[in-house]
Design a protein around this ligand. Structure first.
Ligand code: ADP
Length: 257
């Protein structure tokens, strides 16, 4: 049902539509995606398992054989990643939010510490800037944590070795703001309008070799919008990007640490 005021006439317009067919179609799409993804996962895992077995058990492999097997194994990893991303997105979209009061400051710290190995490997620094008092929001802990992981993971992934990542969490009157700034490759202006679109991947100088599915940001957008918030970013190619999300005030309660 869509309701809108006709202010000039002091009246309301009400449009009522039957969307049963659309909802059924959407449920069918979700079921088909789940079945297809699950059915693909098992044979793929077998392919990867046997490639690894050949690697381990065969002593006569020459350099070319090893190269081909590595390529098969990497392609398998990539397909598994795509399947997991699709499943995550569909699970998120079709599931209900499990709301509870969560300590967002704590979640941010945990997500950042989980990325320590990547930071060490890329010799990057990550600074967390947040107020002393913990910021608590009413949200789905798993989904919000996944959204934060995607932003932080992208900042690390799309920043060259030796770069800098800053994570900020602030409570600003109307909303809570979470943002991740990086000194990375940035996103070309032409690609920016499409960046939250499913499967879209920007082609920037230096990022062509970086693997991904183009599903991470659309997952963040779905999660944050399901919580009544909004997402956004600013980016300059060759300088870096800042991705942020806002959660509305009613989702937030301030408590002591
Ligand atoms: P993926 O990283 O799997 O490709 P995402 O949906 O997370 O998918 O991101 C979509 C695209 O947005 C990426 O392919 C990349 O081009 C761009 N992008 C996302 N985050 C950043 C970032 N921090 N810096 C530069 N480019 C980014």
């Amino acid at each position: 049902m869509v309701v809108a005021p006709l202010q000039a006439y002091d009246l309301w317009t009400v449009i009522v539509g039957d969307v049963t067919a659309l909802v059924e179609l959407s449920n069918l799409k979700t079921r088909m995606l789940r079945i297809a993804s699950h059915d693909l996962k098992n044979p793929l895992a077998r392919i990867k398992g046997f490639v690894d077995l050949i690697f381990m058990m065969t002593t006569t492999l020459d350099e070319r054989d090893r190269k081909y097997l590595t390529l098969i194994s990497e392609a398998g990893d990539e397909m598994l990643r795509i399947i997991d991303d699709i499943l995550n997105l569909e699970r998120m979209r079709s599931g209900k939010l499990l709301l509870s009061d969560i300590n967002l400051s704590q979640v941010v710290r945990e997500v950042c510490s989980r990325h320590q190995p990547d930071l060490i490997q890329k010799e990057q620094t990550l600074n967390i800037v947040m107020p002393d008092e913990a910021i608590t929001v009413r949200a789905d802990a798993g989904q919000l944590s996944q959204a934060i992981t995607n932003y932080v993971g992208n900042a690390i992934k799309y920043t060259p070795a030796g770069g800098r990542v800053v994570v900020r969490l602030t409570a600003e009157g109307q909303h809570v703001r979470f943002e991740v700034e990086d000194s990375g490759y940035g996103i070309p202006a032409k690609a920016q309008p499409k960046i939250f679109t499913e499967f879209y991947r920007a082609k920037a100088e230096g990022t062509l070799h970086i693997p991904g599915t183009g599903l991470g940001l659309s997952l963040v957008k779905s999660v944050i919008e399901a919580h009544g918030g909004e997402v956004g970013f600013t980016s300059t190619e060759g300088v870096g990007s800042t991705f942020f999300f806002l959660l509305p005030e009613q989702q937030t309660i301030q408590v002591g640490k």
